[in-house]
Design a protein around this ligand. Structure first.
Ligand code: PHE
Length: 368
């Protein structure tokens, strides 16, 4: 090819490429243009290879013409690319979208597309426990979460440096200011505020201990009750515990009291209840509720579930708030809200309560 043939060939390629770009309707079309014309084996490249046959002084002219054609094609391709991108976006936007349809998230809610909120399982469980106590005549009280050593320990018969304090895995703010490790300081505050018994109060709230595994969290919730009067006995404690637990877990429930230790109660007991899942038999009727050894998963085949701590208020506690233990006696009991909720709902990991995963939380909508 001579010079004029080469330049007219270049022009022809350019014009064709521009036309192709203008007609392109997909990114595939664009890729084809790039490959067939500008690519290594493309038509433009081929023509430029033929430049070698031209006399040296004619080559720059062809070079210039080739650059011009390449620019023209590049421009047409860029315009086509952006047009195709816009067309694709328009196609997407022009689809009829019904904004009122439920989203994937609201589909998870048993309340349907309205996504109505619900009480957190811990709040729900607390309310259930507290309302049983309401019915037994306990008045609700709360107190500070950052608590003085006096209310959390000293007044509850934990002397300074007593090893019983080790049981309470305490977070310290200062030497004598801590995050309360239990709800018992609420009882002391209520007692001191009221003065003379009879007193019947329930305390509820978050408590803190540095402890963490599947069933323990550094922050959890307790509910406890205190009943002080002149003739209060261990029989009353048993009666209230039995009534309380039957209200929560059902009439068929049986309890057993095991000796235990708390600094603020004497005698102290741990209360076990007959397992609500296997009715105390150790083997659930529904086999899927048993573990690989054929034992009920809730009580691990023992038939019993540990549920709360309790005892007769230690005379030191009564005397410590300025009352006379010769006149007054009483009992107290404390229960972990998470523990009750985990048992009732069959939850294996305590942290599920705190992760705010709507897929977990929405399971409790509408449950009692
Ligand atoms: N406060 C106790 C604890 O958290 C629980 C408890 C309360 C035990 C009242 C007995 C009586 O360890």
């Amino acid at each position: 090819m001579d010079l004029s043939q080469l330049t007219s060939e270049l022009e022809k390629i350019g014009a064709e490429a521009v036309q192709l770009a203008q007609g392109a309707s997909s990114t595939q079309d664009i890729d084809d243009i790039k490959q067939n014309i500008l690519g290594k084996k493309g038509r433009l490249t081929k023509v430029l290879r033929g430049m070698g046959q031209l006399p040296k002084d004619e080559r720059p002219q062809v070079g210039q013409a080739a650059n011009k054609v390449r620019d023209t094609i590049g421009e047409a391709v860029a315009i086509a690319e952006s047009r195709i991108e816009h067309e694709a976006r328009d196609r997407l936007l022009n689809v009829d979208i019904d904004m009122t349809l439920p989203t994937a998230l609201s589909d998870l809610s048993p309340m349907g597309s309205h996504g109505v909120g619900a009480l957190h399982p811990i709040v729900r469980t607390s309310e259930m426990i507290l309302s049983v106590l309401d019915g037994l005549g306990f008045r609700r009280e709360t107190g500070p979460q950052v608590e003085h050593d006096f209310y959390n320990f000293e007044s509850l018969n934990f002397p300074a440096d007593h090893p019983a304090r080790d049981m309470q895995d305490t977070f310290f703010i200062e030497d004598d200011v801590i995050l309360r490790t239990h709800t018992s300081p609420i009882q002391i505050r209520a007692l001191m505020a009221q003065g003379e018994p009879p007193i019947r109060v329930s305390g509820y709230g978050a408590v803190f201990r540095h402890d963490q595994d599947n069933t323990h969290s550094p922050m959890f919730h307790q509910i406890e009750g205190l009943w002080i009067d002149q003739e209060t006995s261990f029989a009353h404690l048993k009666g209230v515990m039995n009534t309380f637990l039957k209200e929560l877990f059902g009439e068929q429930l049986r309890t057993r009291f095991r000796p235990s230790f708390f600094p603020f109660t004497e005698p102290s007991a741990e209360v076990d209840m007959s397992c609500f899942q296997c009715d105390g038999t150790g083997v659930a009727a529904n086999r899927t509720l048993n573990n690989e050894h054929g034992q009920c998963k809730v009580c691990r085949g023992t038939g019993w579930v540990e549920i709360l701590g309790c005892g007769m208020v230690d005379p030191n506690v009564i005397n410590g708030v300025g009352l006379s233990s010769d006149v007054y006696r009483g009992f107290a009991f404390g229960v972990g809200v998470e523990r009750v909720a985990m048992l009732r709902y069959g939850i294996a990991h305590i942290k599920d309560f705190y992760e705010s995963d709507v897929r977990f939380l929405s399971q409790f909508v509408g449950q009692g």
